[in-house]
Design a protein around this ligand. Structure first.
Ligand code: CA
Length: 224
């Protein structure tokens, strides 16, 4: 993972770099819009964190130019104030997400994770694992001849687990992806929904299990 930080406030840029380094991301930092555009055009980054107000070229123009040059790197815009106009303008220019300064590091990291994952995700109408299949448009979960309806959150959680088989997903990630960044959901909410899902898998007679890994999260497994 390689992240480009385009931010002219030196201290904020350094703080961002520090946060990302702790997560083992490789980072490059530039302080002007001109450099930001040049570096972005290299197309070697997995994510670009882009300030709006920059010397040289502003962030909106950079995002727009990158998209015009067919650079699809996910962009997170940093807007100085909580202005709806800035957010709309940023998204119109081709940014994928925005954050209002000041922000907490955890939120930025969650957004980077969400964006980089979304890129590789294949949009299919049906997800399958082991003996189950989930219809993503209706939320119907089937195993053999039996089928049961999942509500929105159950379906979203199972979909994520099915998309990451082999890897565990943390409760924190599930909260961000299913409940959203700004939600008040806690681990208890995730646990409750996982328990609903387990009951439904049990009802279907499926061999698929949702295994809890201590301090790591959840993973789908097939019972032997
Ligand atoms: Ca700035």
């Amino acid at each position: 993972m390689r992240v480009l930080i385009v931010e002219d406030e030196i201290r904020l840029a350094e703080a961002l770099q520090q946060i990302l380094k702790e997560q083992k991301y490789m980072t490059d930092v530039v302080h002007t819009g001109t450099d930001g555009l040049d570096y972005g055009l290299s197309d070697i980054y997995d994510v670009i964190i882009l300030d709006v107000m920059l010397p040289g070229i502003d962030g909106f123009t950079i995002a727009k130019s990158l998209r015009e040059q067919k650079i699809q790197t996910p962009i997170i815009m940093l807007t100085a104030r909580d202005s709806t106009n800035d957010k709309v303008a940023g998204l119109d220019c081709g940014a994928d997400d925005y954050m209002t300064k000041p922000f907490v590091p955890e939120e930025l990291l969650a957004r980077i994770r969400a964006l980089t994952r979304r890129q590789g995700e294949v949009q299919l109408n049906e997800a399958a694992y082991g003996d189950i299949s989930l219809n993503l448009s209706t939320g119907d979960l089937s195993c053999g001849a039996k089928s049961i309806h999942l509500n929105y959150k159950e379906s979203e959680i199972l979909k994520l687990l099915m998309a990451h088989t082999g890897n565990a997903i943390s409760k924190e990630d599930l909260i961000v992806r299913v409940w959203g960044y700004d939600s008040d959901a806690t681990d208890n909410n995730v646990e409750a929904y996982v328990s609903f899902l387990r009951r439904k898998l049990n009802f279907l007679g499926s061999k698929v299990q949702i295994t809890a890994l201590r301090k790591v999260g959840y993973r789908l497994e097939m019972e032997e």
